[in-house]
Design a protein around this ligand. Structure first.
Ligand code: 8YV
Length: 315
């Protein structure tokens, strides 16, 4: 049987690349010196696109592949895939939910702890000799007993809240409706009110056009000078200019961020700040989870080309 032709938008680890190449004819878009020319050359042969959450697939990419049947996303977020273009052309879409939930939640909670307790500065205090030269490290803020707000109580938000409960935080959440699986946590319909009540505001909702800048200037300022915003979802959920303004003027206490507009080329204003923890979009970045994500990307493609049901369909 001939191998289906797949357009590969970004690199994968070898443990995914090798089995992908065994089963499919992979075309590495990300290595092409001229990507438009590359698409013109291979577009007609392409039956599937393998992409990553943050890279997605644009309408022009989708339309450059007139025989495209499926897009398999390595990531739970599919906001970077043009779903309207997929609907227009009858293209199926899959993602990798569930397998990454716990790791993403772990990193979110770790970021809160690291930032509150000043652990990055503490490390430098030891390495730079300040401990010996200047003595005790400046005191930091307690976490336990404080109030956490979870914006979006989906799979990841739920796991974040569960972990926060273990740290004895009071938990409130905002979602489109109160969740019957969260009877012990306080439902707050309005994000501004949630922010007002929160020492730590976790942004955990799936990004879409509807959630763009849901964390706006008002929400950011409602978290306030004593509070922290933690984002493990997508940059587009926060008005980044408003966030930077509030961090610079200290109208927001601090932020811990795994995602940025235009990443990996983040806004240089972030680098000037001492009240932000910056992480390189790696909340799902453990060997175990990335292996499971890669397998799901392959299994969805294999199922599709074998005429079987998709394992984790989006469309
Ligand atoms: C990955 C992600 O970092 O799941 C998502 O939506 O953004 C991530 O888990 C990414 O897709 C890996 O490249």
């Amino acid at each position: 049987m001939t191998k289906p032709d797949i357009l590969q938008v970004g690199p994968y680890p070898d443990w995914d690349q090798l089995p992908l190449e065994e089963a499919f004819h992979m075309h590495k878009y990300f290595e092409a010196p001229d990507q438009s020319e590359f698409l013109r050359a291979v577009g007609k042969t392409i039956k599937g696109i393998a992409t990553r959450g943050e890279l997605g697939a644009t309408r022009s990419m989708i339309e450059a592949c007139p025989n495209l049947e499926i897009i398999s996303v390595y990531g739970v977020g599919f906001d970077a895939v043009d779903l309207d273009a997929c609907r227009d052309h009858g293209v199926r879409v899959t993602n990798t939910p569930d397998v990454l939930t716990n790791d993403v939640a772990d990193l979110g909670v770790a970021m809160m702890l690291v930032q509150s307790r000043g652990m990055i500065g503490g490390e430098s205090w030891v390495r730079d000799g300040n401990w010996q030269a200047q003595g005790l490290y400046p005191l930091k803020s307690r976490v336990w007993g404080k109030k956490a707000g979870v914006l979006g109580l989906g799979r990841i938000g739920f796991e974040v809240a569960k972990r926060l409960a273990g740290f004895d935080l009071d938990i409130s959440y905002t979602d489109v409706s109160a969740k019957d699986y969260a009877p012990d946590w306080n439902y707050v319909a309005d994000p501004v009110e949630l922010a007002r009540q929160s020492d730590f505001l976790f942004v955990t909702l799936a990004a879409s056009a509807a959630t763009r800048h849901i964390v706006n200037r008002q929400v950011i300022e409602a978290v306030g000078p004593g509070g922290m915003i933690i984002n493990i979802s997508r940059a587009s959920n926060i008005d980044e200019e408003a966030l930077l303004d509030a961090l610079e003027s200290k109208r927001l206490g601090s932020a811990a961020l795994d995602v940025f507009e235009g990443e990996p080329a983040l806004n240089q204003r972030f680098l000037e700040l001492d009240n932000v923890l910056l992480q390189p979009h790696h909340a799902s970045g453990t060997v175990e989870t990335r292996k499971a994500m890669g397998k799901l990307v392959r299994d969805n493609l294999t199922a599709h080309f074998a005429g079987k049901d998709l394992l984790t369909p989006v469309l």
